[in-house]
Design a protein around this ligand. Structure first.
Ligand code: PA5
Length: 471
């Protein structure tokens, strides 16, 4: 553990920093430690019993080896890498790319260390049409990585069917096979069957790992490695975080403390959790976190099958952009939020402001200053203003943004989610509520089967536009 670690700073959630009504008192913190400490052992045991296989991904050299071999094979003839996937099969890929490659990566060939990356995580017609217009005759230099663990996701299946037809029309069956890589379940599912039938190259989504916990598997590693991201450092960061989050001393375990604090505020009328990076690179990790938190912790029933309808609402904001959009509400609106800032100590590049124009000496105080100083001071200023308004604030401090620290962050928040699930006494690894919408889509898209007929009528009668209510 020689490299610099990301750290969780939690002073500004304490009663000492805020007040007894809105902060955590020493007594309450002791209670949280007492409640959470046994869960560390419990989670470590569940992991040893094979119940949380995502915990072992950072150690899985077979996956990273397989990914690297495919990258070696494909990178030379790939100018564009297109991900077809959604939810946990897309958000991690986007987050890694934004965090670890330059802002202009896709547009500036001198800043690229691999193919351009496009993640099509929607079925929006104008978006796809515009993209395919741009792609034009670049098909033979484009790899399509279709990612779906279940293979049953309508959006991803529809995208694949569009791309397959296009490739068959333009490049024929061999061309199609050469340009598509499937990442899916190793044993079953429609995508698995399609991949076998069409003899596609394949990567596996390991057993027992849901989409939102899969970024450190082939799901996220392939696109990252293709685009020049150091996946060994990413996994090393996650492994080093693992030693910290399995530590049985609550006071040294950042995931246990993070989850306990979130749990406390949920139970003290702060059911909204705002994550606010002060770094553009980290902005899409908020989207990844939002899905992880929402799908894992938003549950109707607890482990004893009691109705609880529980779950903090994750909200993403970006510093400083959202200071000019959300802070008015955050300070003067309801005191119902916990804030988690992401702060970067050293940016990998920086830029100084020029001198103030002669006609505007009022701007002298900004002249010759590094932009990183302005950005980080704005974070401090926002945190200060929130504390003045008695709003609790956490900060995750990144010494810098690199593959190692991003790997740490991902693993920290995955395990925080497991701790939060245990504190809320719910199952964080399923997503039963997502299924109904998926089934309803199948019914509306005329999937055959008697069970869909009545279902279709029911959905239509409820969702039809009613003229009487149209203004
Ligand atoms: O986290 C999850 O399990 C979901 O968000 C899935 O990733 C998403 O629904 C896509 O599923 P699949 O990978 O089966 O296409």
């Amino acid at each position: 553990m020689a490299q610099e670690q990301i750290k969780l700073h939690f002073k500004n959630v304490t009663a000492h920093a805020i007040d007894n009504e809105h902060g955590i008192t020493e007594e309450q913190f002791r209670e949280l430690a007492k409640k959470t400490s046994p869960l560390i052992k419990q989670l470590n045991k569940e992991r040893l019993d094979g119940e949380t296989p995502y915990r072992n991904l950072p150690y899985n050299t077979q996956i990273s080896q397989q990914v690297k071999e495919l990258v070696n094979e494909l990178k030379g003839r790939c100018e564009n890498l297109v991900i077809l996937g959604i939810g946990g099969s897309a958000l991690g890929n986007i987050a890694l790319q934004t965090a670890l490659n330059p802002y202009m990566y896709n547009l500036d060939d001198t800043q690229r260390t691999g193919p351009r990356l496009f993640v099509l995580d929607n079925v929006d017609p104008p978006q796809l049409v515009s993209f395919l217009d741009w792609l034009g005759d670049r098909l033979d230099k484009t790899i399509f990585n279709v990612i779906s663990k279940s293979g049953w996701t309508a959006e991803t299946a529809a995208q694949l069917m569009i791309i397959r037809k296009l490739l068959l029309d333009k490049l024929g069956p061999n061309g199609m096979r050469d340009q598509v890589l499937a990442t899916t379940d190793s044993k079953e599912g429609i995508l698995h069957d399609i991949a076998e039938d069409l003899n596609l190259r394949c990567l596996e989504v390991p057993d027992g790992i849901g989409g939102r916990f899969s970024v450190l598997s082939s799901v996220g590693l392939f696109s990252a490695a293709m685009c020049g991201i150091d996946i060994d450092a990413l996994l090393e960061g996650a492994r080093d975080m693992d030693t910290r989050v399995k530590c049985e001393d609550f006071h040294k375990n950042p995931a246990a403390i993070n989850a306990a604090i979130n749990y406390h505020f949920y139970n003290h009328d702060k059911k909204i959790s705002v994550i606010m990076p002060y770094s553009y690179a980290l902005k899409d990790l908020s989207d990844w976190y939002r899905q992880l938190w929402a799908e894992s912790l938003g549950k109707a029933r607890d482990l004893a099958d009691r109705e609880v309808n529980i779950g903090p609402t994750p909200v993403k904001a970006l510093g400083t952009t959202d200071q000019h959009s959300q802070i008015q509400l955050y300070r003067e609106g309801p005191n119902d939020k916990l804030f988690t800032f992401l702060q970067v100590n050293n940016f990998d590049s920086d830029i100084k402001t020029g001198p103030a124009p002669d006609c505007a000496p009022e701007l002298d105080f900004l002249a010759g200053k590094n932009l990183s100083v302005l950005l980080n001071n704005e974070k401090k200023a926002t945190e200060y203003a929130l504390i003045e308004s008695k709003r609790p604030c956490l900060t995750i401090i990144f010494p810098e943004v690199n593959a190692y620290t991003v790997g740490q962050f991902i693993y920290l928040f995955e395990v925080t989610t497991s701790f939060a699930g245990a504190l809320f006494n719910i199952n964080p690894y399923d997503q039963p509520a997502v299924e109904l919408g998926k089934e309803a889509t199948f019914a509306l898209m005329d999937k055959p089967g008697d069970e869909y007929k009545e279902f279709r009528k029911k959905i239509q009668s409820l969702t039809e536009i009613d003229e009487k209510f149209l203004v």
